[in-house]
Write a protein that binds this ligand. Structure first.
Ligand SMILES: NC(=O)c1ccc[n+]([C@@H]2O[C@H](COP(=O)([O-])OP(=O)(O)OC[C@H]3O[C@@H](n4cnc5c(N)ncnc54)[C@H](O)[C@@H]3O)[C@@H](O)[C@H]2O)c1
Ligand SMILES: [Zn+2]
Ligand SMILES: [Zn+2]
Length: 370
């Protein structure tokens, strides 16, 4: 079939919105009509070259839609089912899936390969070139062909925008606080970088009962917005937050510091470490340049203060559990998702949407399809 998609052929060139040829789903795949796609910073990392990616590609890995067709032998979905994408597929059978760590599923090893997980390409440009689907999804398209392992059935009354945000950003940010920092009632938590992930981390810390939630971001808009989502204090930088957190905790410092800035660099670890109390936890969630090896850390203080530095992929839990769970909290009014969508765009406005993200105009921008 013919559909339209936003394509990236090489880093640092604009997204190109084009008509493409999309093949029928094969066994283990479904065809989905896209309803909404979230604009996560990770696509920008493919765009600016921070993260290696299989070019040329159809972008996007936050998305929600309706199943339009199922491939041969698919029993998990029926036409008309609503789905939210999961940016890490889960097989349900590997060691990690079997132990509740579906975010670490062995299928994740295929994410940077150009071909679909079932082999071959389903996406082709009008000129006939094979296109990969970013993170095996490619949500910046009017239709997608995805593996059943990358799709999660959701209630049909959940609006498409919120359903798209949980594919990656919200689940990752929320889980960074709840699952990886293990925030408990009365904690003092610092969130460094308050975009899409940071706003979800702020909400996660708040629902977990944190007493102080300090939102750190150089953008005034992001700081003010975070206060509407559960932050209790704000600061422009980790340096500014250090004095504030010292006052709030009578010098004890933060129970946890969650790093969700645009890009993580090695010089951010030491200031985060110094913001953290004895025995406290620094959670590193943001993506760093792929070859970043040099990290500033006071090793003496790290050991002698019994501190932890933890990486966090997709909220450190099972997306098949967490995505429906967060959506149920949204439906119960405990998590704000509609409010995180600052602006919506058409597919043709994808470059404008990313410029707005970089200009700090959006908590999250969302592409909507009709
Ligand atoms: N670990 C994972 O599974 C995972 C999943 C999704 C995204 N990510 C990564 O998380 C990061 C955040 O993604 P996002 O979509 O929320 O990005 P975003 O662009 O929406 O937000 C980033 C925010 O960080 C702020 N910022 C930049 N430098 C800062 C600094 N030095 N101190 C404090 N704040 C700073 C920006 O002003 C912005 O508000 C990105 O690196 C993204 O690729 C990781
Ligand atoms: Zn993402
Ligand atoms: Zn698995």
């Amino acid at each position: 079939m013919k559909t339209r998609a936003a394509i990236l052929r090489e880093p640092n060139t604009p997204w190109s919105v084009e008509e493409i040829e999309l093949d029928d789903p094969v066994g283990g795949e479904i065809l989905v009509k896209t309803l909404a796609a979230g604009m996560c910073h990770s696509d920008e990392h493919a765009h600016d070259g921070t993260m290696p990616a299989p070019f040329p590609l159809v972008g996007g890995h936050e998305g929600a839609g309706v199943v339009q067709a199922t491939g041969p032998g698919v029993t998990e979905f029926e036409v008309g089912d609503h789905i939210s994408c999961s940016f890490i597929p889960s097989c349900g059978k590997c060691r990690w899936c079997a132990s509740g760590q579906q975010n670490l599923c062995d299928l994740g090893a295929h994410l940077m390969e150009p071909e679909m997980m079932a082999g071959g390409f389903r996406h082709h440009s009008a000129a006939g070139e094979d296109l990969s689907a970013f993170l095996k999804l490619g949500t910046f398209a009017e239709h997608m062909v995805v593996s059943v392992d990358s799709a999660i059935k959701i209630a049909s009354d959940i609006p498409a925008g919120p359903a798209a945000l949980v594919s990656c950003g919200v689940t990752t940010g929320y889980g960074s606080a709840v699952n990886r920092a293990e925030v408990t009632p009365g904690d003092t938590v610092v969130i460094v970088g308050c975009g899409g992930l940071g706003h979800a981390a702020v909400q996660g810390a708040a629902v977990a009962g944190a007493k102080n939630v300090v939102a750190v971001d150089p953008s005034e808009f992001k700081q003010e917005s975070a206060m509407e989502f559960g932050a209790t204090h704000r600061a422009r930088s980790m340096e500014e937050a250090t004095e504030l957190v010292g006052q709030l905790t009578l010098g004890v410092m933060a129970d946890s510091v969650i790093l969700t800035p645009s890009v993580l660099t090695g010089d951010m670890i030491a200031p985060a470490q110094f913001l953290t109390r004895k025995g406290g936890t620094v959670v590193a969630t943001a993506i760093a340049p792929a070859m970043q090896m040099d990290v500033q850390l006071n090793l003496f203080e790290f050991a002698m203060m019994n501190k932890q530095l933890r990486g966090c992929l997709f909220g450190s839990t099972a997306p098949r559990k967490e995505i429906p769970h967060i959506l149920s909290m949204y439906q119960a009014g405990q998590i704000k998702l509609d409010e995180m969508i600052t602006n919506t765009y058409t597919l043709d406005q994808v470059n404008e949407g990313y410029q707005d993200m970089l200009d700090n105009k959006n908590v999250r921008g969302v592409i909507t399809f009709h």
